[in-house]
Ligand binder design. Sequence first.
Ligand code: AMP
Length: 239
Amino acid sequence: MLISRIGANLGVNNFSFGTKQNQRVSFSMPCDTVTFSGKVSQEDKKPQLKEKTIYIFLGAPASGKGTQAEKLAEELDIAHISTGDLLREEVKNGTELGIEAAKYMNSGKLVPTELFQKLLIGRISQDDCKKGYILDGFPRTEEQAEMIDELNQTDNAKIKVIQLSVDEEKLLERMLSRAKVQNRADDTPEKLKTRIDVYNGVRDTLVRYYGDKVVNIDANKDIQGVKAQIDESIQEDLV
Ligand code: AMP
């Protein structure tokens, strides 16, 4: 919502703002009585979850997990947690964890869970995860899936797995164009192949593990096409 303030030098504050529906509302009041109570935001209009929900985005590298997870997090006002991003941050900061993790990440292999378990638990204990959160890139093994279940024992949050399926040819194409933009050390063709193989190796195990919690999305479509399918699949989770 855009709010503009004009004419203060006349001793009056004139405010006008456009609503989402594009109606323009104006009002004015003397300078010394201007107070703003109430939140001027679109928060109220955000869709609300019926219960705490953990969305797990499952998909090969470059399947669009990050992009779609970010959009959904914004839409539902919940946290988006990418273990890849958490780890890259550690690498960037040159922490002990980062230095150790980089050895695996640079060759496209999985970082041992024990290395970053504490970091992840710390992250999902934060306030912005209270209503729910999105896990992007986690779990990647059955052991990690069990870890989420254990952590979720007290909350008993709903778990929904959004699986983004993309043809391998398309994945490689996307990864190579992303590599040019992001200059990621693990986006070279050989490492990409390793990462796709690592994902394919665990995909079926995770899909079996989660059973009917999995929603399959055709992620060969463009961003909007994928988003539309995800939006449809979460309707049942909303108030
Ligand atoms: P991503 O950005 O999700 O593709 O992750 C980049 C890299 O971070 C992966 O290739 C792994 O080396 C590491 N990584 C991210 N998430 C995990 C995870 N859940 N378990 C182990 N390693 C991970």
